[in-house]
Each structure stands twice: as structure tokens, then as C-alpha cells.
Ligand binder design. Sequence first.
Ligand code: GLU
Length: 309
Amino acid sequence: MAETVGRLAPSPSGRMHPGNAAAFLTAWLSARSRGGRVLLRIEDLDPVRCTPEWAELIRQDLTWLGLTWDEEMTPQRFRSPFYEEKLALLRSRGLVYPCWCTRGTLNAARAPHAGDGHWIYPGTCLRLTPEQRAAKTAPPSVRLRVPDEEIAFTDRLFGPQRENLARDCGDFVLKKADGTFAYQLAVVADDVDGGVTEVVRGRDLLGSTARQIYLTRLLGGREASYLHVPMLLGPGGRKLSKRDLDLDMGELRRRVTPERMIGELAFRLGLIDRSEPVSAAELARDFDPARLSRTDVELGTEFCGARIG
Ligand code: GLU
């Protein structure tokens, strides 16, 4: 069997909160419990929200938690030429097209997607004539054409999933009009390049997986396995957020030991029966993803004795 390669893919837009830590712990346990390698990849495509300082704190916090990695991939903000190559490949096969729609024009014409809050692109710019395209002066974004075909996969926790990209998603953006690459392209290009065999991350990204599997196939990569981890929710059932200054690792590191925090995370996720101090390495000995909670986990107003929010 091929070697297991997992990855930790933090976005350095703030300090980690317990929800991020829960997803990274699970990703780490999944790879290490199979004797696999772990890659670290800083996903800093957004030049406004992401900073090298946050990235460094994330490295330190992961290390403090005992979530070690074997190799750090080049941070995404340095990889534009590589993503450009992948885009050129798709362009040469007629799979992408320029799009001048803005959030404003799309909002005016939008139709709600059944469920997860994103909008189905109506294909406006696909139908432009060469003359109409030539008449545009603004820089376009680049969209991928998606097929009217079902993408099916089995999430290791949430089970069988299927999505018809044309019907449920629409043509999606690979490069934004401001020249930055979109998460979907970067994450797939990097996972394929790193030989990643398993993707383990927050459940909020379950809805991106069909798009990513389709892109993986187009880029000639091997399909990874997917495990989506329940979200940890703060007061009132809302998602924890780096921007809302929810309880972060700075506060937690002042209060508790790494083992206490790992034990609490593992307990809340359903991996152990009692919240007691334990190291990530100890947990890796009998990691069983089937024990993970299938519903999001309400933390309420407190985590490890510290207030949330
Ligand atoms: N960078 C993303 C995040 O921090 C994770 C992307 C992924 O794992 O595919 O939420």
C-alpha cells in the first residue's frame, strides 16, 4: 500500500482557536495512526488577512500541542507561478474562460443554492461572443467549466456524498480578478503536488470536496480520501471565528498544559470517554475516526476553564 500522507493546512488570518486545533489534531492523528507523514502548508493566498506573523504563531502553537510535521511546503503566496502553470494547462484544454461578473452583478441576478449559502453561477460570461470579450477593459477572473455529471465520494465520517457540479455548484473561480488564485485551485494543485493521500479538515469544507475531486482529476492527481471533522460551536451555536477574537491559543497556553487541551479536544470530539490529560502521540495509538461526533459540538461559553467570545 502507498504511504499515507496527511497535511495541516492553516490559513494564517489570526491565531488558532479550539475549532482549528480540533481539525488539526484529527488530521494529525489520522496520518500518524497509520504511520504516515504529515505536511504543513501555510494557506496565505489572501494578502490582506494573512500575515507571516500569524503563520509563525500557528507553527509555534502546533508544536506546543505536539502536532509535529515532517516537511513544510512552500507557503501559497510564493506559489503563483506554479498555480499559473496549472491554469495554463486547463486553458489549453478549453476548460476555463474569463469572467467579468462582479459580486454586484451576480447578486442582482442570483438564485439561491439549495442549502449551504453559495450561489450557482448562471454562466453569463461563458456565452459572451469574441467581440464582447474583446470589448472588455477590466481584468477578468477565470472560471472553470464544470460538467453536468455527478461526482460521488465517501467521507470517512459523513459517508456517501454526491454532487452534480453543473446543477449544484456552477462554473467556479480559479483566479480572481485581482490576480490572486482561488483557494480551490491552490489547495488541489498543492495536495496533488505534495502527494497527499488523505484530507482531514473542518466540516465547513465538505461542500468544496466535489469541486476539488473534479479538479484533482483534471490535474491528473490521485484522489485522496476525505474526512471532515465536526465544528466546535461557541455560545448560541455559532461557529468559532478568528475574526471574532474567540478564545485563542494565547489564552489557552497561559491556562493549561498541552495534554489538558488535547484531552479536552479529544473528549469533545468523541474520541475518548473522559476529559483527562493525554498527549497527541498517545491518542494516535488507537485513533478510530468512527468515534468522532457526527454532529457539531456545542462548547457553550467555556473551554478548558476559559471564556469563549
Ligand atoms: N486553509 C483552510 C482553513 O484554514 C483549510 C483548507 C483545507 O484543509 O482544505 O480553513
